[in-house]
Every structure is written in structure tokens, then in C-alpha cells.
Design a protein around this ligand. Structure first.
Ligand SMILES: Cc1cc2nc3c(=O)[nH]c(=O)nc-3n(C[C@H](O)[C@H](O)[C@H](O)COP(=O)(O)O)c2cc1C
Length: 153
């Protein structure tokens, strides 16, 4: 997030934006339009430091816009992007679906919480785990993920 990106969110002032803010405004509008027009989203999400990649976070920061994808109301926040299905295809070096590292998975709970905030509750995860645990574990993780693909949609 930068000043021009954040300032560019509020289209009411579009006529007064300087050139960098205008540019960021156009990109944000495009990304939000794409997002709102979609019915199924497939997101590639490598696990970096127990969470999502910087690039994925930068996209989430663009599409979370008050008045477009969520609103604050007297009854609390309301997501404006309901009815979509989000499929997250995630790779990680260790194991988080079971075992002692489960509490360190800030990826799946974060993405579920984020999209729920926008009104989307249909999230489906495909996980390739154990990528850094050795050749056997890596191959098994990919096999499990590929098998899950046919069930996920
Ligand atoms: C900067 C960095 C941070 C990582 N952090 C984690 C982590 O916290 N937990 C984990 O299990 N794997 C971690 N990994 C391993 C990746 O999740 C794993 O290699 C995965 O296959 C990456 O997907 P990619 O090949 O699509 O980038 C990390 C890798 C990198 C490069």
C-alpha cells in the first residue's frame, strides 16, 4: 500500500488526482471490476512465513474497497461480493493440515476471514504440503493435491 494507491481508491476525487494517483486509480478500478465480474476465482497461494505472498496481499489490498466490495453499516460490516466461489491452491514446505505446526497456519484462516469480510463463504482449499521435507514427502504432497483437484469443483 502506498499513498497514491490509497488516495486513488476514492473515485469522488478522480478529477483532482495527480498523474501517479490517476494511474493507481485506474489499476484499482480494473482489479475490482475483474473481481466483481467473476463467479469462480482460482488463487495460487504459496505459503511464505506462515502466511500469504506479498503479491497476493497486494491484490487483496486493492480489492478490499469500502463502497465497492464491503460497507460499514449500523448492523456492522456487510460484504458486497457474495455468491462467488474461491478455490485456493496452496503449496507449503511443511505440514499444517495436521500435527504440531497447525496453529502456525495463518494462511487458510486469514483467507477465509478476508473473503468472508467481502461476503464470500464458499472457499475451497487444495493443499500441496511437505515441499521442503524431502523428495518422497514432496511427491506425496503433490499427489494428494492432484487427487483433491477432482473433488474441489
Ligand atoms: C521466503 C519463503 C518463505 C517460506 N515460508 C514458509 C513457511 O512459513 N512455511 C512453509 O511450510 N514453507 C515455507 N516456504 C516454502 C514454500 O511454501 C514452498 O517452497 C512452496 O512450494 C512455495 O511455492 P512456490 O514454489 O509456488 O513458490 C517458504 C519459502 C520461501 C521462499
Amino acid at each position: 500500500m502506498t499513498g497514491p494507491i490509497f488516495a486513488g481508491f476514492d473515485g469522488r476525487w478522480a478529477g483532482e488526482f495527480d498523474a501517479p494517483t490517476q494511474q493507481e486509480h485506474r489499476l484499482s478500478e480494473q482489479l475490482v471490476s475483474e473481481f466483481l465480474a467473476s463467479t469462480i476465482l482460482v488463487i495460487g497461494a504459496p505459503m511464505y512465513n506462515f502466511s500469504i505472498s506479498t503479491q497476493l496481499k497486494a491484490w487483496l489490498d486493492r480489492i478490499a474497497q469500502q463502497g465497492l466490495t464491503f460497507n460499514y453499516t449500523e448492523r456492522g460490516t456487510v460484504g458486497l461480493a457474495s455468491g462467488k466461489c474461491v478455490i485456493v491452491v496452496s503449496a507449503c514446505g511443511g505440514f499444517y493440515s495436521h500435527g504440531s505446526m497447525m496453529p502456525m497456519d495463518f494462511q487458510e484462516p486469514y483467507l477465509r476471514g478476508f473473503f468472508k469480510f467481502l461476503g464470500i463463504t464458499d472457499l475451497r482449499f487444495v493443499r500441496a504440503e511437505g515441499a521442503l521435507k524431502g523428495e518422497l514427502e514432496r511427491s506425496e504432497g503433490i499427489r494428494v493435491a492432484k487427487a483433491a483437484l477432482s473433488r474441489v469443483y
